[in-house]
Design a protein around this ligand. Structure first.
Ligand code: G
Ligand code: G
Ligand code: MN
Ligand code: NA
Length: 255
């Protein structure tokens, strides 16, 4: 209960902060965008990671106002990068939890964030976990189609860790698969993981989806992914998630 009222206050006090992790085109090393990752900057607790507060935010419904703030903030940040670098096709990826997605005001809130910031819908990517997709509800399908029609991009996050009923990939309008970092971590040591990653990339491409590898930490992993034709990569090898100022600095020196 204490944590809940803490979190409620945090939103008013502006204690939430977005970090940004670059997403790179594997073949060229070129920057294509970033994923926004939420942090809670609390004077007493320090920098609190999402695993410690998002579950409670979902349970209490606080994830809805927090999530609206995240999308607004992320869209505005992307507009700033466009202005600063002149690269107006940099995209911003935002994580959406199931509770947020099922809120009746969700799509309106997303559209408002786009309108207010002026960001093109094609520059926004919403990351959704398999957990959400597999509820198989008509509402979920409707919302996904509505977002897709508006031009927003949709990705499956943590791909391979859920109870993948692969059939959803052909019936829902996804653009991107994000291969979970657990597969990438052992891609050089476990031939099983290498085979899985190769198979996921080929399957995704044959379904017309682009692929992002998450958790790329070593150059050798990036070579493997390049050889296998993985479109995009993300991970500590390129950059950790960075506070906005540091990300801007990274942009200026790396684009
Ligand atoms: O850096 P990392 O510890 O940031 O993220 C841990 C987990 O928290 C990931 O599974 C990520 O999807 C989730 N997460 C990070 N930021 C957000 C956010 O803004 N909203 C939601 N719903 N989840 C987030
Ligand atoms: O679940 P989701 O994919 O949204 O969250 C991504 C998580 O992975 C975040 O916690 C982020 O900080 C973390 N992350 C990003 N790059 C790397 C990496 O190269 N290695 C590891 N171990 N974690 C990473
Ligand atoms: Mn994610
Ligand atoms: Na992920």
């Amino acid at each position: 209960l204490q944590m809940e009222s803490h979190m409620r206050k945090a939103l008013e006090l502006g204690e939430f902060e977005l970090f940004y992790q670059p997403i790179i085109e594997t073949a060229s090393g070129r920057l294509i965008g970033a994923e926004a990752l939420l942090r809670w900057n609390n004077p007493a607790m320090g920098l609190v990671m999402p695993d410690r507060f998002i579950p409670l935010a979902e349970e209490t419904g606080l994830i809805i106002p927090i999530g609206e703030w995240v999308i607004r903030e992320a869209c505005q940040a992307a507009m700033t990068w466009h202005a600063v670098t002149g690269l107006d096709n940099l995209s911003i990826a935002v994580n959406v939890s199931p509770r947020q997605f099922r809120d009746p005001g969700f799509t309106d809130a997303v559209m408002r964030a786009l309108n207010t910031s002026g960001l093109r819908p094609e520059s926004l990517e919403l990351e959704i976990t398999e957990r959400l997709i597999l509820d198989n509800s008509i509402e979920t399908a409707d919302i996904l189609r509505q977002l897709d029609r508006s031009g927003i991009r949709l990705s499956v996050d943590d791909f391979g860790t859920g109870y993948s009923a692969l059939s959803y990939l052909k019936s829902y309008p996804f653009d991107t698969l994000k291969i979970d970092k657990s597969f990438i971590q052992d891609v050089l040591n476990e031939s099983g993981d290498a085979s899985l990653v190769r198979a996921i990339i080929n399957m995704a491409h044959s379904l017309g989806l682009t692929v992002i590898a998450e958790g790329v930490e070593q150059e050798a992993q990036s070579h493997f992914l390049k050889n296998e034709g993985c479109d995009y990569s993300q991970g500590y090898f390129y950059s950790r998630p960075l506070p906005e100022q540091d990300f801007m600095h990274w942009l200026e020196t790396n684009h």
